[in-house]
Design a protein around this ligand. Structure first.
Ligand code: AMP
Ligand code: TRP
Length: 327
């Protein structure tokens, strides 16, 4: 099966991105043909600094590699280096109803946040995402819960194109992790963990041990003392138990048993040490890769070439079906 997914080169990656998306990617790459993209064009839809963007893009390649994506198996590349993404996005614009875009949850949230500076890219964002996915004749799109709606829209757009112009696109399936599809903020368990909130609300994949300990000890928990999973009544502790379970491989029941009769503080201390240990290899690999820029750039250049072959072949079909002249 062909797998496609992407992450924007904005901000720091956190354990929500890892548990929601990247951890699935690592599992999937063993048996599938995977394409992992750094979606720089998507990142331009919100305020950013052109001076630091290149650096952030290269850092994300390092993140992919440090978290276990194998460039010998999977394709790693940057969205804007394969121009077919923008080209297909434009063509798909012409068959996507405005109403479908305006009802997207992410658009509604972001358009409120950027009310004073609302650009068309923010509305059209899911069309570019559909182009990313459909260009590669993707079977599976592993993402966190917040992106599910966008993948569903990509399916609708693909079906519409196929009906209107003839079969070109595969209809992709979304794949959410069984647990961890929505890791919550450490400071507000009613909100998802997000890189755009303050650093105290998330654990970065490359946070130093001291930062991890401080953030976990300060994480908002609920009144009470018992380490028991209850999403409704104790969302703070439930979120921390989920994180514990996913990093340790222990079930929720086992964790509750392990901390029976012990308070929140002891549980948090243990969780902090678990995270310090689990993230150690990320920190180490990142440090090593930071000194190997030539190698990192070479991986991108190979990935771009492999991605282009697939993208160009789909685009040829699209042009033909839409009545455009071939290139
Ligand atoms: P983004 O950071 O928005 O580029 O998201 C990258 C990937 O991480 C997407 O697949 C998201 O669905 C996933 N993701 C982001 N935040 C979370 C979260 N708090 N919990 C689980 N998955 C997440
Ligand atoms: N919109 C996704 C996010 O913010 C990133 C993304 C862009 C993506 N194109 C994609 C994810 C294609 C999966 C497939 O997380």
């Amino acid at each position: 099966m062909r797998v496609f997914s992407g992450i924007q080169p904005t901000g720091k990656l956190h354990i929500g991105n890892y548990l929601g998306a990247i951890k699935q990617w690592i599992e999937l790459q063993e048996k599938n043909e995977c394409v992992f993209c750094i979606v720089d064009l998507h990142a331009l839809t919100v305020p950013y600094d052109p001076k630091t963007l290149q650096e952030l893009i290269l850092e994300k390649v390092i993140v992919y590699l440090a978290s276990g994506i194998n460039p010998e198996k999977s394709i790693i590349f940057v969205q804007s280096s394969v121009k077919e993404h923008s080209e297909l996005a434009w063509l798909l614009n012409t068959i996507t109803p405005l109403g479908d875009l305006a009802r997207m949850t992410q658009y509604k949230e972001k358009s409120k946040k950027f009310e004073k500076n609302l650009n068309a890219g923010l509305l059209n964002y899911p069309i570019l995402m559909a182009a990313d996915i459909l260009l590669y004749q993707t079977d599976l799109v592993p993402v966190g819960e917040d992106q599910k709606q966008h993948v569903e829209l990509a399916r609708t757009i693909a079906r519409k194109f196929n009906q209107k112009f003839g079969e070109v696109f595969k209809i992709p399936e979304v794949r959410l992790p069984k647990a961890g599809a929505r890791i919550m903020s450490l400071q507000n368990p009613a909100k998802k963990m997000s890189k755009t909130d303050g650093p105290e609300s998330y654990i970065g994949l490359f946070d130093e041990p001291e930062e991890i300990r401080t953030k976990i000890m300060r994480a908002v928990t609920d009144t009470g003392k018992i380490v028991k999973y209850n999403e409704k009544l104790k969302p703070g502790i439930a979120n921390l138990i989920t994180i514990y379970s996913l990093f340790s491989g222990k079930s929720i029941k086992e964790i509750e048993r392990k901390f029976k009769g012990k308070g929140y503080a002891e549980f948090k201390k243990s969780l902090a040490e678990l995270l310090v240990d689990s993230l150690e290899s990320f920190r180490r690999k990142k440090k090593e890769l930071l000194t190997r820029e030539v190698y990192v750039k070479e991986i991108l250049s190979q990935g771009t070439k492999r991605a282009q072959v697939i993208a160009q072949s789909t685009m040829q079909e699209v042009r033909k079906k839409m009545g455009l002249l071939p290139h």
